[in-house]
Design a protein around this ligand. Structure first.
Ligand SMILES: Cc1ncc(C[n+]2csc(CCOP(=O)(O)OP(=O)(O)O)c2C)c(N)n1
Length: 317
């Protein structure tokens, strides 16, 4: 977790020579791009057979033991690990600084993710990460360390479906409070999972819904670039932004679930200090129009931090 995926695009990232793949890569495009690089030798370690592996589908050489994996990776040049760690710490700090500037004003997805992460770390709630931006925001802004929460996420076909049910099941199954971070469309898609039959046990579940009135992720992808052109703006918004004005408070009232709205990160942080008891929805209203620009600023801040860290490392030598 952290800014690693942005560092892969920095000069330091371009010095990577070998990649050992453990498990299955799904989420992040920079990781996919790294694995596809012609100048990078790749191998996948798979000591035991796994059901999802289809021979011939990936280009990495398959290694069946950790000894082979160690032989493949070899030893990095002296100072490499330190340079990477230093760049990572500098980039994480740069992201945190950028996100906390304007904390009291409008919330952003990554800032909300960081607040939700810290709340789970504090009170030990299991964290369910919704697909689309929330899981990526957590990947970027959460600071792992001692006491990091248990994180669950649905991957499958990377669908946004079933997330409320997943979080409900996790809370009932784990017997521990669960906090889920999910987008508004993800919430709306599965809102009927809020229905609780008479006599059913109520889980301790807080759904933090990042409401940007539609699908924000597409703004950050290629669709967003097309949508910046005047002639395509409306159609991209209609088909990919899929805007809506659904009232989450009214939906929650219909299902008998408590609802509260937080206007900014400071208010969200205050609301997150309350223990998770029974079911509730904490809605944070954000604006997805600035998302493309926000991610460009995050990328620029990480690139600058990586450059400065590299200069410091060079001076120390
Ligand atoms: C079942 C299903 N339908 C459609 C999609 C395509 N899809 C991916 S992300 C997304 C938008 C999700 O919007 P939201 O939950 O509000 O999160 P945001 O993008 O705003 O972070 C959609 C529709 C999907 N992944 N799964």
């Amino acid at each position: 977790m952290g800014a690693y995926r942005l560092l892969l695009e920095s000069p330091l990232g371009r010095r990577i020579e070998r990649v050992l793949l453990v498990g299955r890569p799904t989420l992040s495009r920079p990781v996919g791009a790294l694995l596809a690089r012609e100048d990078v030798a790749t191998a996948a370690v798979r000591p035991a057979p796994v059901a999802w592996y289809e021979p011939g589908r990936r280009r990495e050489r398959v290694l069946t033991s950790w000894a082979e994996a160690a032989a493949f990776t070899g030893r990095a040049a002296p100072g490499w690990a330190e340079a990477w760690q230093e760049a990572g710490a500098a980039a994480d700090d740069a992201v945190a600084r950028l996100l906390s500037a304007g904390t009291t004003a409008r919330a952003t997805g990554p800032a909300v993710a960081a607040a939700v992460w810290e709340a789970c770390r504090r009170d030990g709630a299991v964290l369910v990460a919704g697909s689309s931006n929330p899981v990526r925001d957590l990947d970027l802004a959460a600071r792992p360390g001692p006491g990091s929460p248990l994180v669950l996420a649905n991957r499958g076909l990377a669908g946004i479906d079933g997330t409320v049910a997943t979080a409900t099941g996790a809370a009932l199954g784990a017997g521990r409070p669960v906090r889920a971070l999910l987008g508004d469309l993800t919430f709306l898609h599965d809102v009927s999972s809020l229905l609780l039959g008479p006599g059913e046990r109520e889980p301790d579940l807080q759904l933090v819904v990042l409401n940007d009135g539609g699908g924000g992720i597409f703004t950050t992808l290629e669709h967003g670039a097309v949508g910046e052109q005047e002639e395509y703006r409306e159609v991209v918004e209609r088909f990919f932004g899929t805007p809506h004005e659904a009232r989450l408070d009214a939906l929650c009232a219909g299902y008998g679930v408590a609802h509260r709205r937080a206007a900014g990160v400071a208010e969200l942080e205050r609301a997150l200090t309350a223990p998770v008891r029974g079911r509730s929805v904490l809605e944070v209203v954000v604006d997805r129009r600035g998302l493309r620009d926000l991610h460009a600023r995050i990328r620029a801040a990480v690139a600058q931090a990586a450059e400065q860290a590299a200069a410091r490392t060079a001076d120390e030598r």
